[in-house]
Design a protein around this ligand. Structure first.
Ligand code: FMN
Length: 219
């Protein structure tokens, strides 16, 4: 949908949106044999970043899209950066398990990495310096997560399978990604969405706690 497409507003209009968010799943084992064009993937990213809200409209989220060969290069950078730390702290068999997992992501078609630009957060903090900067860092994380769910859902509605990864938590990996793709030092990575073509059935929805436990309603 483009920004000029009229949206139906009224009773039950939210059903389409709810159907979309209910459809999304964590999907592993995807391949690089995708039929969605790079142009459409980039269009989705551009629409999402131009749509999702941020605290005081600070727009601190940054996105790096790696497709095809660049996606393989991304996961080679992760593997090369993670290897020394995992080998040293966990040993050979643990590294083998990690390497297999990273290679399963490398077998996908694309990775969308989401960052937060600390310069934008500092600029907003200067306007409201009576509050600690952690307030704005937290708001930035919230907005980043909103981008994540929108991208993840949109990719799956295109027929792709995707999962949300945080491989940058392995020490050294963020620097490996940064140097490979010339990422500015003020951008810090928050999540990686790995996506590709489905190789099997879509998983079923995991069990959820009853709403009687998780929701309180007052009239
Ligand atoms: C904030 C957040 C962080 C997550 N981190 C990871 C991750 O690092 N690696 C991974 O494989 N899945 C990750 N997941 C996926 C969850 O395990 C998954 O969403 C959950 O089990 C529910 O399954 P569903 O996505 O099919 O609804 C994450 C999900 C969320 C919301």
């Amino acid at each position: 949908m483009t920004s000029t497409t009229p949206v139906r507003i009224g009773p039950d209009s939210s059903s389409t949106f709810l159907d979309a968010i209910k459809y999304r799943r964590t999907i592993y084992g995807v391949t690089d044999n995708v039929s969605v064009s790079d142009g459409r993937i980039i269009e989705i990213v551009n629409e999402v970043i131009q749509t999702i809200p941020s605290s005081w409209n600070m727009q601190s989220t940054r996105i790096v899209v790696t497709l095809g060969a660049a996606h393989k290069k991304f996961w080679d950078a992760v593997i090369n950066a993670a290897r020394p730390f995992v080998l040293e702290t966990k040993g050979e068999s643990d590294w083998k398990r990690n390497e297999d997992r990273f290679n399963s992501f490398k077998a996908a078609y694309g990775t969308i990495s989401l960052f937060e630009d600390h310069t934008s957060i500092e600029n907003l903090h200067r306007r409201f310096s009576q509050f600690p900067i952690t307030v704005f860092e937290t708001f930035a994380e919230h907005s980043n997560a909103m981008h994540q769910i929108a991208l993840w859902t949109a990719l799956e509605l295109e027929g792709l399978g995707a999962s949300l990864q945080h491989s940058h938590f392995v020490p050294g990996v963020e620097d490996g990604i940064r140097s490979t793709f010339d990422i500015p030092p003020t951008w810090s990575v928050k999540a990686e969405i790995v996506f590709g073509a489905l190789a099997g059935d879509r998983p079923t929805k995991p069990e959820k706690k009853p709403v009687s436990t998780t929701v309180k309603v007052f009239h």
